[in-house]
Design a protein around this ligand. Structure first.
Ligand code: ADP
Ligand code: GLC
Length: 482
């Protein structure tokens, strides 16, 4: 089964969030269930730098007249065959793939990512005479136009099936209506049953409308996005397409996220021997200037600092952590209001609160290894990866019951403790009061070492590998190709 994966990011080369982790892990997981995967990526500097054995597959003219070189080669770090779109005028920009240094989205993003979809459609349509994908699997709005272009390009080969995965419906790739005429799509695509969305061009809607099958990254989120509350205006379309919409829960790459072999942490540990975790905690507390107290319940947050992540709840319940002798460590970057609010708390309580603003992959691993609790109080969360990384590193997740958080974490209620299901702390209402009660449960459990250890060990043993998800994707591809 030949599968082309289309995304804007891929770990470890280029990452702004969980999308990259999934785009990096999925090809290998699919390979293990019998797929032959190639990836298509824009030629961002970090991608170009990793490309080896590159040859020019072809040179083309984009619908808006731009000269395009499509390279074929191998991403060395990932040992992955790849097609790369080499257009320096669009992609050779340092930093974020989406925004300039002032965090302003690039004005030509509609062309930069339309090209990703257009080249994917060309590859589906026989661009490489030696490699014809049966399935084209696109991720998020950046690759949303793939299936729209495929719907209108003159068919030269057996049509590939299309899968579109929504990693976050809130980021839609909306552009001014004037952009449409440059995309090279026929006028009949710019309609409500197409990619027109309240007078704008929506790349997300294109993916949702034209793909043969839509997946999202957890079963609960697949239901949630069909409701007006979480549908971001697209719930009607998603309800209409519910027969071809499913949720496949993300998984964890155990070669990257495993405290027994993690090169980023000083003291390794596993579920059977967690003594290294206490050492990680002590050395971390010391290195960031927190009081070195083994008994201080240490909460951690590794997150984009955006409204989605429910961080105002953390700010308004910080007293509930500090008054019980707890500590908080934050690693994140994002909205400047959140950045300064967390920095102010760190300045006010230096022995109990430590904040690092920025993006730091190695430090993230150290936070999961050192902390007792990983907080993910998101307002909504399509899947969420940090609660799963927390589980693997013995840092019990404390989460809001939404999306993938609801699908992965069971609260330490008495019945779920008794049934051996509990692996964290879950709150239902999105209020400071509800979060505070969950915080209290964490402190109470911590005061009962036997119970804490049972839950921690169980959490570390939770099967989170890719095998199940890969088998589900494979079954879907086979069904679409049958
Ligand atoms: P989202 O994709 O919505 O940001 P996820 O939980 O799915 O949320 O994935 C976030 C990913 O980004 C995780 O791999 C997490 O460790 C990582 N991450 C988030 N913020 C930072 C940061 N400041 N430094 C390093 N890694 C981060
Ligand atoms: C998105 C979502 C996150 C999910 C990630 C990977 O960024 O916000 O919940 O885990 O994609 O699928």
């Amino acid at each position: 089964m030949k599968v082309l994966q289309v995304s804007a990011e891929i770990f470890p080369l280029l990452k702004t969030g969980g999308l990259a982790d999934i785009a990096g892990a999925l090809p290998y997981a699919l390979h293990r269930v019998g797929c032959v995967v190639r990836v298509l990526l824009p030629g961002f500097p970090a991608i170009m730098a990793d490309l080896t054995d590159a040859t020019v597959l072809t040179e083309l003219t984009a619908p808006w007249g731009e000269h395009v070189r499509v390279l074929q080669g191998r991403l060395a770090t990932l040992a992955q065959d790849a097609y790369i779109i080499d257009v320096p005028g669009l992609y050779a920009r340092a930093g974020s793939p989406y925004e300039d240094a002032n965090r302003k989205p690039y004005a030509d993003n509609y062309l930069r990512f339309a090209l990703l979809g257009w080249v994917a459609a060309c590859l589906a349509n026989g661009l490489d005479p030696h490699w014809q994908p049966r399935v084209v699997h696109s991720h998020d709005w950046h690759a949303g136009l793939t299936s729209a272009y495929m719907a209108f390009l003159p068919q030269r080969t057996q049509r590939a099936a299309t899968v579109y995965t929504v990693h976050n419906l809130a980021y839609q790739g909306l552009f001014a209506p004037a952009c449409f005429s440059e995309l090279g799509l026929p006028q009949q695509a710019y309609v409500d049953h197409g990619l027109e969305f309240y007078g704008q061009v929506s790349f997300m809607k294109a993916g949702l409308h034209y793909a043969d099958h839509i997946t999202t990254v957890s079963p609960t989120y697949a239901h949630e996005i069909q409701t007006p509350e979480q549908g971001c205006g697209l719930d009607g379309l998603l309800r209409r397409r519910s027969g071809v919409l499913s949720g496949i829960l993300n998984a964890v790459d155990g070669t990257i996220w495993n405290p027994a072999i993690d090169p980023n942490i000083i003291h390794r540990f596993d579920a059977a021997d967690r003594s290294g975790k206490a050492l990680c905690k002590a050395s971390f507390q010391q290195s960031v200037g927190l009081d070195v107290r083994p008994d201080a319940l240490l909460f951690g947050i590794v997150s984009r600092l955006t409204e989605q992540k429910g961080l105002h709840l953390v700010l308004s319940t910080l007293h509930a952590i500090l008054s019980r002798g707890g500590q908080l460590v934050v690693l994140g970057t994002g909205d400047s209001a959140f950045e300064s609010a967390f920095c102010e708390r760190a300045a006010a309580y230096p022995q109990s609160v430590s904040v690092r603003i920025g993006y730091d992959e190695a430090y993230a691993h150290r936070v999961f290894a050192a902390t007792d609790v990983t907080m993910v109080p998101s307002r909504f969360e399509p899947c969420g990866l940090t609660q799963m990384y927390g589980l693997k590193y013995g840092s019990l997740p404390l989460v809001h019951r939404v999306g993938g958080l609801a699908d992965t974490i069971a609260d330490c209620s008495l019945e779920d403790m008794a049934d051996g299901l509990a692996n964290g702390f879950v709150f239902d209402l999105f209020t400071p009061q509800a979060l505070e009660r969950a915080l209290r449960r964490a402190f109470v459990l911590y005061s009962r070492p036997n119970d804490w250890n049972t839950v921690q060990e169980r959490g570390m043993k939770t099967p989170l590998g890719w095998d199940h998800a890969a088998a589900q994707y494979m079954a879907l591809y086979q069904q679409l190709c049958a």
